[in-house]
Write a protein that binds this ligand. Structure first.
Ligand SMILES: [Zn+2]
Ligand SMILES: [Zn+2]
Length: 327
């Protein structure tokens, strides 16, 4: 029996999304059709719905944290959401995530909040048998965290501050701990600190209110788009320390103070956006090594019909990861 219609979540404009019936996508050249098993929601999906996003083209099926089965063989894959040209300067320099012609599933092309998806074979990263689909769907955001860490020049025992103890901050902590760095999370919300305690205790990573932070970190990453976090971060960096801008800031944010700090204290400023296939593969390896810890980040498994409400909750603050499960 061939299926020709599918259920999908469609964003059609600011604050407009609904579950709709769409034609099943037809594979293009070099592509295969996949049946989605899990798609985890990201704060970027919520941002797309509520305020838009630089790379978003509407109307769009969002979702870029995807695990799916090959329609014919049944093999499971995490899907690298990018499509890079392979021959621009960024691609040749090993930064395919910055390709000038980048097109991303869930941004430029329809993504994983649907029953089916077409993707190129080279985007499919095999998921080990023993790894659950929910945990494997964290490979993309964890890969993005690995990209941020790759931008920093640190060695074992160095102290890293991650500002923001939401899911992104926790994934960064997971990846940094594996590198042997001493990670501290800072978080302004006491409720969030309480919520993340089981994860932080398991990882033995301290999560502190900003006023309780020790001085002198070697490096810092913002895992929150709150502009106030920048000031807080720089005030705790050692002279010559490194700072990676990971979460994008609201348009119009004034960065003058940060740049002057960079000048007077010889800080090193870098940025990170998305991840390469290789980084996502490393993320899958790490998830396979510590599925229990990573599983603590999944707050809920939900149906597609619950996704609009979940995106609202994510945008309004405190949610852990929500995974839409199709199986
Ligand atoms: Zn994401
Ligand atoms: Zn390219």
């Amino acid at each position: 029996m061939t299926v020709d219609r599918m259920t999908a979540l469609l964003i059609s404009g600011t604050d407009h999304c609904e579950v709709v019936d769409l034609p099943v996508p037809v594979p293009g050249e070099n592509e295969v059709r996949l049946a989605i098993t899990h798609c985890t929601l990201c704060r970027t999906d919520a941002k797309m719905l509520h305020v838009g996003q630089r790379d978003l083209v509407l109307p769009r099926v969002p979702g870029h944290e995807i695990v799916a089965r090959h329609e014919r063989t049944g093999s499971r894959f995490a899907v690298w959401p990018g499509a890079a040209c392979g021959h621009c300067r960024s691609c040749l320099n090993g930064a395919e995530n910055l390709c000038a012609k980048m097109r991303i599933l869930g941004f430029h092309r329809d993504g994983g909040l649907a029953e089916f998806l077409c993707a190129k074979l080279e985007n499919l990263l095999p998921v080990p048998e023993e790894l659950s689909g929910t945990v494997a769907s964290l490979a993309e955001p964890l890969g993005a965290g690995m990209n941020a860490l790759d931008q920093l020049d640190l060695s074992e025992g160095n102290r890293l501050l991650v500002a923001g103890a939401g899911p992104v901050g926790l994934l960064l902590a997971l990846a940094a701990r594996q590198s042997g760095w001493r990670v501290t999370l800072s978080e302004v919300s006491q409720a969030r600190i309480e919520q993340t305690r089981p994860f932080c205790e398991t990882l033995q990573v301290p999560v502190l209110a900003p006023e309780a932070l020790p001085d002198e970190f070697d490096a810092a990453i913002n895992a929150t788009s709150a502009p106030a976090a920048l000031e807080q971060i720089t005030s705790h960096l050692t002279n010559g320390g490194q700072f990676c801008l990971f979460s994008g800031l609201p348009t119009g944010t004034d960065g003058g103070a940060l740049l002057n700090e960079t000048h007077y204290r010889q800080l090193r400023l870098t940025g990170a956006y998305g991840c390469t296939r290789a980084q996502m593969r490393r993320a899958l390896d790490l998830l396979t090594e510590c599925p229990q810890e990573a599983g603590l980040l999944i707050g809920r498994c939900i149906g597609l019909e619950d996704a609009p409400e979940a995106l609202r909750r994510i945008w309004n603050g405190m949610a852990l990861k929500h995974t839409v499960c199709f199986e």
